[in-house]
Design a protein around this ligand. Structure first.
Ligand SMILES: Nc1ncnc2c1ncn2[C@@H]1O[C@H](COP(=O)(O)OP(=O)(O)O)[C@@H](O)[C@H]1O
Ligand SMILES: [Mg+2]
Length: 288
C-alpha cells in the first residue's frame, strides 16, 4: 500500500531535481548516522520529501536506529530484479530509506541494458525527493571522495575532540587534492556542551582549512550533548520522534531552520540530481 504512494506522487508532481547531500565525518562514532536520520526527520517535519540512502557498506545502521531490516538494496535495482519503489523501506514516521549495499565498482561491469534500467530508476528518485541524504561509512576511501565531489554539497560532522577535528581536516585535505573547487561544505559540531564550545570547534577547523587548504567551510550548526540520544538508540526510535522536546531535537530543528532558507536562496539553477551524481561517481570511478 505504502509502497506505491511515492510513485504516485512523482506522477502528480512536476519533474524537479533533488538536492543530494553527502554526510561524512572521517572517523566513525561521532554521531553521523544519528544526525542523518534525525535531520531527515526534521526536514520531513516541515514538509520536505526526503530519502535517506545508506551507503555505509560496512556498518549500515540507519535501519537499526529505526528498528527495521532492509529487504532489498540498490543491487536488486542494478540487476533489474526490482524497481526503485520496490526497495524503498518506510521507517519511522514513514521516512523513506534505501539500503545501498552497492559497491560503485559493480556499476562498471554492467551491460548497457542494465545500466539504462538503473539510470531510469534513479531518475524516478530525483523526480520525487527534495533532499537525498547519503550516510557514508567511516574512513577516507576513494569512493567517499567521489561522492563528495559528485554531490550538491557535503555536511561534515565532527565532535569537539581534537581527533575528530583532525579526521575532518584529513577528509578535506584529500578532497582538495582532487578538486580545488569542491561543492559547498557545511559543518555540524555534535556533542557540544554549549554554544561557545561549538563556535570554538568550528573556528579551529575553519582556520586550518582556510589557511592551509584555501577551502571555505560554512558552519551549519551545533548539536548538544544529550543523554536522550543514547536512549533513543537503545529504544530504536530516533530522538526527533521519541523526545520531541529534548536538547538534541531542538538542535536539529534549529539546524533545519537555518539550512532550508539558505538552500532556497542559494539554490543552484540545476542541482546535479541523483542520476548526475551516480554518473559522475561512475566516471570518476574509472579514474585509476
Ligand atoms: N548529541 C549526542 N549526545 C550524546 N550522545 C551522542 C550524541 N550523538 C551521538 N551520540 C552517541 O554516539 C553514538 C554513535 O553515534 P552514530 O550516529 O552511530 O555515529 P557514527 O555514524 O558517526 O558512527 C550514539 O549511539 C550515541 O550513543
Ligand atoms: Mg554511522
Amino acid at each position: 500500500m505504502h509502497r506505491f504512494s511515492a510513485e504516485q506522487e512523482v506522477n502528480e508532481t512536476t519533474k524537479k531535481s533533488s538536492h543530494v547531500i553527502t554526510i561524512t565525518s572521517g572517523k566513525g562514532g561521532v554521531g553521523k548516522t544519528n544526525f542523518t536520520l534525525n535531520f531527515a526527520l526534521g526536514l520531513k517535519a516541515i514538509g520536505k520529501k526526503v530519502i535517506v540512502l545508506d551507503m555505509d557498506l560496512s556498518t549500515a545502521n540507519i535501519n537499526i536506529l529505526m528498528g527495521i531490516t532492509p529487504r532489498y538494496s540498490l543491487v536488486d535495482v542494478l540487476h533489474q530484479k526490482k524497481k526503485i519503489w520496490d526497495i524503498i523501506e518506510h521507517g519511522i514516521d514513514g521516512i523513506n530509506y534505501i539500503y545501498g549495499g552497492l559497491d560503485i565498482e559493480e556499476l562498471m561491469d554492467l551491460d548497457q541494458q542494465k545500466l539504462t534500467h538503473f539510470w531510469n530508476q534513479i531518475q524516478e528518485l530525483q523526480a520525487y525527493a527534495d533532499f537525498i541524504l547519503l550516510d557514508t561509512g567511516a574512513g577516507i576511501s576513494k569512493e567517499l571522495i567521489d561522492w563528495i565531489l559528485a554531490s550538491d554539497e557535503t555536511i561534515l560532522v565532527t565532535t569537539p575532540e581534537p581527533t575528530s577535528i583532525a579526521d575532518c581536516y584529513s577528509v578535506l585535505k584529500t578532497v582538495q587534492h582532487f578538486s580545488k573547487q569542491p561543492p559547498p561544505i557545511r559543518l555540524v559540531v555534535n556533542r557540544v556542551q554549549n554554544y561557545k564550545e561549538g563556535l570554538e570547534t568550528a573556528r579551529a577547523l575553519q582556520n586550518a582549512t582556510s589557511n592551509f587548504l584555501k577551502l571555505e567551510v560554512k558552519t551549519l550548526g551545533f548539536l548538544m550533548e544529550d543523554t536522550h540520544v543514547r536512549q533513543s538508540v537503545r529504544s530504536q526510535t530516533p530522538f526527533f520522534i521519541s523526545y520531541p522536546n529534548c536538547l538534541a531535537t531542538k538542535s536539529i530543528k534549529q539546524i533545519v531552520a537555518v539550512y532550508v532558507p539558505e538552500i532556497n536562496t542559494n539554490a543552484t539553477s540545476s542541482p546535479k540530481g541523483m542520476k548526475g551524481i551516480f554518473q559522475k561517481v561512475f566516471s570518476l570511478g574509472k579514474r585509476t
